[in-house]
Design a protein around this ligand. Structure first.
Ligand SMILES: [Zn+2]
Length: 55
């Protein structure tokens, strides 16, 4: 049996995981470019930045 996972992957430099490109949010500007970090990392850092600002 062959596993056909043709989906391209990308390594997140923050958590160093290999994730499908769909795990990376698209940038609103810049056409095809995606965020460098995966959604998980972006969510975490966003939450931290928000918490810091509201301290
Ligand atoms: Zn990540």
């Amino acid at each position: 049996m062959t596993t056909v996972t043709a989906e391209a992957t990308k390594t997140c430099p923050h958590c160093t995981r290999d994730l499908p490109v769909s795990a990376f949010a698209l940038r609103k500007r810049g056409g095809e470019s995606r965020q460098a970090w995966c959604r998980d990392c972006i969510n975490v850092t966003r939450r931290e930045a928000y918490a810091r600002r509201n301290r």
